[in-house]
Design a protein around this ligand. Structure first.
Ligand code: AMP
Ligand code: MG
Length: 423
């Protein structure tokens, strides 16, 4: 927290405009407030799936631990082969995976070896079985081989004492397997980030109750719960809070007392904006923004005590877009992830006509697909209203239209950002 800028410092910066913050600038300012969790816990390797490594993991062993064969064949001394012509070597034993040849290879000898078998002392080359012919107790091998071929050297994956994984690395199945391959049973990981969230709005009904006139079901708590769970957070669902200053203040206080991060939806759009702003100014400090983006223009960020606060808009699509574009990276940074991979983007032709006004970044929902010839292109999901959650369900990517961009005609190259696997 010591590096965090004060609001005074921020508001003195020339390009700080809390009423129309460009997307990259908003990300950068939020990032300056974030200090990762520091509490470390030790977990059994399987239980560490999805967690973030809290220290560099140094390899206690060479991987592989011995020189071993990459092929089924014969281990031999290269010097015994003839450059042009056949050599006959005596088969003196075998080296199977887990059952090494006990002796050392002498001149004129070969050992039958299987993939993963330890290369016997004295041998320096493996000849694959397809290039060898067995005659009684001997193996006949022609020319054209290379010293050291088909031999995996001890430590060629990883040397003892070298960092196998770095602090900040998320532990996915590949890392869990790598840790197991080093014989390590327990790993230090950061504690999970605790995130409390609630929905605001007098019109909201929780599922299970019938809808009255003018009421709608609260869906934001479900998308937020899903996105947080996928990010590996400890979630605290605080339900729906009515648009009542007393109830909201109590909810903010309770959330900030138990969580590292508080996320709300609704109540930050025009009309209600000042209300949240006043409350947050009372409870903490608020860096309150209108971001130059669509959807998701109103987005509040601030601190309540030690807790970070994200006030997301109410519209269901805006919630998901602002979560993807701002909250995700912030939560990853707070969780100790380092480095944070940006969501992958690339350029493809767009086959739809897109309406777009210059002056803000737009995140339209797109469907990326291949045509019969295997060429990738993107089309828009249809209606882009920020209340149409179906557009998020149909989409597999965002079409990111930069600030200065106007309408898009079919055939124009656009930037897309793939959604799946990220949250
Ligand atoms: P607000 O920002 O509170 O004015 O909300 C903007 C729009 O989003 C309104 O149409 C709300 O009814 C809708 N909305 C707000 N919260 C939710 C929610 N939790 N689930 C579904 N829709 C919501
Ligand atoms: Mg509302």
């Amino acid at each position: 927290m010591s590096n965090a800028p004060t609001l005074r410092e921020l508001s003195c910066a020339d390009d700080y405009d809390p009423n129309s913050m460009p997307v990259p600038k908003a990300r950068e300012v939020i990032a300056r407030f974030l200090s990762p969790v520091t509490t470390v816990e030790r977990l059994a390797v399987r239980a560490a799936l999805g967690r973030i490594l809290a220290q560099d993991l140094v390899s206690p062993v060479d991987v592989p631990s011995h020189d071993n064969s990459a092929m089924d064949g014969y281990a031999l001394r290269f010097a015994d082969l003839k450059a042009d012509g056949k050599a006959s070597l005596k088969i003196v034993g075998s080296a199977f995976a887990g059952a090494p040849y006990p002796g050392a290879l002498k001149a004129g000898e070969a050992v039958r070896i299987m993939t993963g078998g330890v290369v016997p002392a004295g041998a320096d080359t493996i000849v694959m079985q397809e290039h060898a012919e067995v005659q009684d107790a001997n193996v006949i091998i022609g020319g054209g081989h290379r010293l050291g071929q088909n031999l995996r050297k001890a430590g060629e994956d990883l040397q003892r004492g070298q960092p196998a994984l770095r602090r900040g690395q998320p532990l996915r199945p590949a890392e869990i397997g790598l840790i197991a391959s080093l014989g390590i049973a327990e790993v230090p990981v950061y504690r999970r980030l605790r995130v409390a969230f609630f929905s605001t709005g007098d019109e909201l009904v929780s599922i299970g109750s019938p809808l009255g006139e003018g009421q709608i079901y609260d869906s934001n708590r479900y998308t937020i719960h899903g996105m947080l769970t996928r990010l590996g957070c400890d979630v605290i669902d605080m339900g729906v809070v009515r648009d009542d200053p007393k109830l909201l203040e109590a909810a903010f206080r309770e959330a900030a007392a138990v969580a590292d991060v508080v996320i709300t939806s609704g109540g930050v759009s025009v009309g209600e904006a000042d209300f949240v702003k006043v409350l947050l100014n009372k409870l903490g400090e608020v860096v309150f923004w209108k971001i130059a983006m669509k959807p998701g223009r109103p987005l509040a960020y601030g601190k309540i005590g030690h807790a970070h606060f994200f006030g997301l808009p109410g519209n269901p699509v805006s919630v998901m877009v602002t979560f993807y574009q701002f909250v995700r990276d912030a939560l990853l940074k707070l969780s100790g992830r380092d480095p944070i991979d940006p969501l992958p983007t690339f350029s493809v032709p767009c086959t739809s006509t897109l309406k777009k006004a210059p002056g803000r970044t737009e995140f339209q929902r797109g469907i990326l697909s291949r045509d019969a010839a295997g060429r990738l292109s993107v089309r828009v999901t249809g209606e882009q209203g920020s209340g149409i959650l179906r557009s998020m369900s149909e989409a597999n990517c965002f079409i990111i239209l930069p600030t200065e961009q106007g309408n898009v005609t079919p055939g124009t190259t656009v930037e897309v950002q793939v959604m799946e696997g990220v949250i």
